[in-house]
Design a protein around this ligand. Structure first.
Ligand code: SAM
Length: 268
């Protein structure tokens, strides 16, 4: 089974369109926004900064970056034509922001072209992530910054006790929507071996309680995967989804993801 995001330009257009809503829903959550603000505020944007977001999806982070006072221009790049089309629609009226289709492992930009590059919740979806990080290094000017933010999905959980059945959905979700659940643990080594000086390795705890939000989609998507692979029948899939909703209504919902961020500076 492979991560849908890792092969996004090959997946059915309807699936890409459903993911548009998931990305924007997650981006609207104030708990997510507060984590972005924390790590983005650590970047020292020079005046008139040129910024690239690699794996921008529908462009939620790019829209925030474009409104920072020091930032002159933001380009978001992503392999999904559906995400890029939505990113363009959602950013109408932001003159310093544009989007392009492309693969972060083969960027269509000159060397030393950007002051800052951001990879937000995207590296865990990319096979050969070292190629993307190397491309980030190439397109940054000496002294420029790479910021990476991602989930430590290996430990993400919806369990509220031993043998919690919702955990089966989490595991199925991971298998179908994350390429590398362990990438966060290799970030310092990945950036340093590419040539970056690293700083600000930080953990950000995301707790969803007592009602469900974005992580309810993990149960729905995980149950659908278990159903489609024949691991469970329709009744069990429906029961898992119903249990998730019952828990949320009863205010017994608890979801946790440890995110992490790191900054890398290209030596001057
Ligand atoms: C979970 S989404 C995150 C999108 C956005 N950064 C956000 O936080 O809303 C992961 C993104 O990685 C993108 N992606 C997958 N493979 C990629 C690659 N090789 N290069 C650049 N982006 C890629 C997907 O298309 C998708 O938009």
């Amino acid at each position: 089974m492979s991560d849908v995001y890792a092969i996004i330009s090959e997946v059915d257009q309807q699936i890409q369109e459903r993911l548009v809503d998931v990305l924007e829903m997650r981006a609207a959550d104030p708990r997510q926004r507060s984590m972005w603000e924390t790590y983005l505020s650590e970047i020292n944007f020079p005046p008139n900064a040129r910024v690239l977001e690699i794996g921008c999806g529908t462009g939620a982070v790019s829209r925030i970056l474009a409104q920072k006072p020091a930032v002159a221009q933001v380009i978001g790049i992503d392999p999904s034509p559906v995400f890029i089309a939505r990113a363009r629609t959602l950013s109408q009226g932001i003159p310093n922001l544009s989007f392009e289709e492309g693969d972060g492992r083969a960027l269509p930009f000159d060397a030393d072209a950007f002051d800052v590059a951001v990879v937000h919740q995207a590296l865990s979806h990319v096979p050969q992530p070292e190629q993307l990080v190397a491309e980030g290094f190439r397109i940054l000017r000496p002294g420029g910054w790479l910021a990476v933010f991602d989930g430590d999905y290996a430990t993400a959980s919806l369990s509220t006790g031993e043998y919690d059945l919702l955990e089966a959905c989490v595991r199925a979700f991971r298998a179908n929507f994350i390429h590398d659940s362990w990438i966060v643990r290799r970030l310092p080594q990945l950036l340093q071996s590419t040539g970056f000086d690293t700083k600000s390795l930080r953990s950000h705890g995301y707790v969803e309680a007592p009602e469900s939000a974005y992580m309810l989609t993990w149960v729905d998507r995980g149950a659908d995967v278990l159903l489609s692979t024949g691991s469970i029948g329709k009744e069990t899939a429906e029961a898992l989804k119903a249990e998730a909703r019952r828990r949320s209504t009863a205010k017994e919902w608890f979801g946790h993801i440890a995110f992490a961020s790191i900054l890398g500076q290209k030596p001057a």
